[in-house]
Design a protein around this ligand. Structure first.
Ligand code: SAH
Length: 346
């Protein structure tokens, strides 16, 4: 592994690094990094010699490789290059009532869902806690320019968070403890890594769980989500029930609506049954087209009909607004057009 970056180190580790300093220096560094999101060299209450030492010892994890902003500036997508040359993406979305950042937990993804651009590209490696946390810090720096505060973090960028559980959980703790976000405003999204769901059920902070379901019978789900062969729907639903009972928190199911594939009345019926039973919330996301999957989202009327059918059967359902499509920053599109956005030598 590469040497640790700035946000890899927890408070104790930074304290050890400052062992030769008066103890209040740790508070100054900690608030410089998390409250003010400064470069070490700009933490002006630290002595100059210490600042330059920290600049060397606490390198940044993310080098900007490309950036795109929607026309009105409400959505920003970054492509970052990591120390070993791998690349990941982060998306910042401002809404009237909140600002959400969507972060990556892995470079690539091993889950191989055919409709997802990250899944099409395959797995490179897990991200470290420093690489994950710094995405939020960078996004907040940008939000600072508009006097906006990041209120929500969704672990829905590249990668499968529960396949990188330890770094994901360390990120949750850091965002909660140091960055000051409420755990209820942190959403971990999984394609159905059952052991991870079970761990999350009894974890000490009440983060929200989203499960990317996409199909409610094993034949179709085996096709769309290869992990279903390892953890079939009945096993996944049991884990969701265990989570609900242990945590008392409702799950949300993500459902990428694919024209003619999982938008039939029978799909609505199967989904409604599971969602109703688990008191879950369903988020419908019309499929964002990706280069490696020849299908589309259904026309608006069919999306509405699917939603209405779920509601009629007593499920709690919303259609997710499609943010970022114009800048290839929408769900499942991350890195789809990197070659266009940023020619890289790899
Ligand atoms: N691996 C995790 C988190 C990353 S994906 C998971 O699967 O939940 C975040 C969400 O985007 C998931 O719900 C995923 O199914 C969805 N998604 C992936 N590709 C998509 C696409 N092409 N169109 C719409 N949603 C997509």
């Amino acid at each position: 592994m590469n040497s640790p970056t700035r946000y890899d180190l927890d408070r104790a580790a930074l304290g050890a690094m400052l062992a030769d300093q008066p103890s209040y220096r740790l508070d100054q560094l900690w608030s410089g990094l998390y409250e003010h999101r400064l470069e070490p060299v700009d933490i002006s209450n630290l002595p100059t010699a210490l600042r330059s030492r920290l600049t060397e010892e606490l390198p940044t994890a993310l080098e900007p490789a490309a950036e795109s902003t929607s026309e009105n500036g409400d959505t920003v997508k970054w492509l970052w290059t990591l120390a070993d040359g791998t690349q990941i993406e982060t998306v910042l979305m401002h809404y009237p009532d909140r600002s959400t950042v969507c972060i990556s937990t892995q470079a690539g993804c091993a889950m191989a869902c055919g409709f997802c651009a990250t899944g099409q590209a395959g797995f490179e490696r897990h991200l470290t806690v420093g690489e994950i946390v710094e995405q939020v810090i960078r996004a907040q720096r940008r939000a600072d320019e508009r006097n906006r505060r990041i209120s929500n973090v969704v672990f829905m960028g590249m990668g499968e968070p529960l396949a990188n559980y330890d770094a994901t959980w360390a990120t949750v703790e850091r965002l909660h403890g140091a960055f000051g976000l409420s755990a209820r405003h942190l959403t971990v999204s999984t394609v159905g890594v059952v052991p991870g769901i079970k761990r999350l059920a009894t974890a000490p902070l009440p983060v929200k769980l989203a499960v990317s379901l996409h199909a409610a019978n094993n034949t179709l789900r085996d096709e769309l989500v290869p992990l279903n062969k390892r953890y079939p729907i009945e096993v996944l639903v049991d884990a969701c029930r265990e989570y609900l009972e242990a945590s008392g928190r409702r799950i949300s199911f993500e459902w990428a609506l694919i024209d003619g594939v999982n938008d039939r009345p029978s799909d609505a019926e199967e989904l409604a049954e599971i969602a109703f039973d688990l008191h879950a919330h369903v988020n419908l996301i019309p499929l964002n087209p990706t280069p490696g999957f020849l299908a589309q989202g259904p026309p608006a009327a069919r999306v509405a009909a699917f939603r209405d059918e779920l509601a009629r059967r007593g499920a709690n359902v919303t259609v997710r607004r499609n943010r970022g499509t114009s800048i290839d920053a929408a769900c499942g599109q991350l890195r789809a057009n990197v070659a266009v956005a940023a020619p890289t030598r790899r």
